[in-house]
Ligand binder design. Structure first.
Ligand code: NAX
Length: 326
């Protein structure tokens, strides 16, 4: 058995964490031979509910759980953390403008970026799930001078998995037979799910579907999937979001076996002429604990237009939180 690693999860009493923590504890994220010490962060009003989660975690008697800490202090939650999943964030309240939401979360991710920088393992791998995920990740990175900017990422994997599943259904195959899907940009309705390079059962998806389906069905369905789930379930995606977070971290830590995944990463030095100071989703492969942008892809005029749109939205978000990233 390996030595335990420390995994911090914020928003630990929330609905995503209610799936996520138990999957981390069971070994689905880091493997069946990797013990974990869970370091769970909540805000004071949710500490009672977090105690309930802790009781259930103990009741699972997971063989891989080497310890659990529950706290409302980010400095304690992030102490020596090797992995940090930042799920907790401020939801949009009644009458709240988008800029208010960005700033309320700006304050949270400024504090958490500093706490990570001061306390975590300097090589800590960070995944931001809490929305607006890309811009929250940018704020976190800018406030964490001791961290490697490459190690602060935002979750686009749910969008990626949604795109894979839509293509599998349309082409009559299984999602494991769908490859080279990309979701570019922001985790928002401007994201660009791109089938340009995708294959299903080894055949080009572009040859299996018509352009009409791509533009008027596939792209909007993936972009609007979160809203469709809320409408159907009366609550936002939780189990699928937790599953995507596990996929993101597992591939990053253990490799993607040559498969393309979509991750929101710091755009500095990117090969696709995207603004170099954003957290932006690209096609990625992971190997030996490192992510790498897939290079050399031809970008069509349509794709460039879509990428520009989501880039412009992220630039606008960055401008709205300038007080938190200077
Ligand atoms: P919940 O409201 O159920 O849980 C959030 C939890 O975070 C609450 O328990 C709250 O007390 C806690 N929290 C708030 N501020 C905190 C802070 N400063 N420190 C620690 N904990 C804090 O939301 P849930 O459904 O779990 O969703 C969590 C976040 O994920 C939301 O921002 C949501 O929008 C976002 N999502 C992101 C997705 C992505 O693909 N990137 C998809 C799913 C989800 O919509």
């Amino acid at each position: 058995m390996k030595a335990p690693v420390r995994v911090a999860v914020t928003g630990a009493a929330g609905q995503i964490s209610y799936s996520l923590i138990f999957r981390i504890a069971s070994g689905t994220m880091l493997g069946p031979d990797q013990p974990v010490i869970l370091q769970l962060l909540e805000i004071p009003p949710a500490m009672g509910a977090l105690q309930g989660v802790l009781m259930e975690l103990n009741d699972c008697a997971f063989p891989l759980v080497a310890g659990v800490i529950a706290t409302d202090d980010p400095n304690v939650a992030f102490k020596d953390a090797d992995f940090a999943l930042l799920v907790g964030s401020r939801p949009r309240g009644p009458g709240m403008e988008r800029s208010d939401l960005l700033n309320a979360n700006g304050a949270i991710f400024t504090v958490q970026g500093k706490a990570l920088s001061d306390n975590a393992n300097p090589n800590v791998r960070v995944l931001v799930v809490g929305n607006p995920a890309n811009t929250n990740a940018l704020i976190c990175l800018k406030n964490a001078p001791k961290l490697n900017p490459r190690n602060v990422t935002a979750m686009m994997r749910l969008d990626h998995n949604r795109a894979m599943s839509q293509i599998a259904e349309k082409t009559g195959t299984h999602s494991t037979k769908v490859e080279k899907v990309v979701v570019w940009g922001n985790h928002s309705s401007t994201q660009y799910p791109d089938i340009s390079y995708a294959t299903a059962d080894g055949k080009a998806v572009k040859g299996l579907v018509d352009d009409e389906w791509n533009k008027n069905d596939f792209i909007p369905t993936v972009q609007q999937r979160g809203a469709a789930i809320i409408k159907a379930r009366g609550a936002s995606s939780a189990a699928s979001a937790a599953s995507a977070a596990v996929d993101h971290m597992r591939n990053w830590a253990l490799g993607s076996n040559g498969q393309w995944v979509s991750m929101g990463v710091y755009s500095k030095g990117n090969p696709y002429a995207v603004d170099e100071d954003l957290i932006f989703a690209f096609p990625i492969t992971c190997e030996n604990g490192e992510w790498k942008i897939v290079e050399g892809l031809e970008i069509s005029d349509f794709s460039r237009e879509m990428i520009k749109k989501t880039e412009a939205e992220l630039q606008g978000e960055r401008a709205a939180v300038s007080d938190h990233i200077s």
